[in-house]
Design a protein around this ligand. Structure first.
Ligand code: SF4
Length: 80
């Protein structure tokens, strides 16, 4: 499972931070940071989700009010 995070879209509401500890508050930027993620294009970050974090990752995507977080299975199908 992979998570894709569009940091440009993020409006810094920080609900994701409460759901998954991979997301951290960046108060200077008013955006979340996704710890350990790779920037695949400008402002878009991708991270492999460890098996024990799949539930939290999906929840972080569900609570984001601007859909900046998407979760894909290993076949590339969007789950959230
Ligand atoms: S919930 Fe969405 S808008 Fe809020 S900090 Fe996380 S990614 Fe950004």
């Amino acid at each position: 499972m992979k998570v894709e995070y569009d940091r440009e879209t993020c409006i810094g509401m920080f609900q994701c931070v409460d759901e998954w500890d991979a997301f951290e508050k960046n108060l200077d930027d008013g955006k979340a940071d996704l710890d350990g993620a790779e920037e695949v294009e400008e402002g878009v970050f991708v991270l492999d989700v460890p098996e024990d974090a799949e539930f939290d990752a999906k929840f972080s995507a569900r609570v984001c009010p601007v859909d900046a977080i998407r979760v894909y299975d290993d076949d590339g199908e969007q789950l959230v």
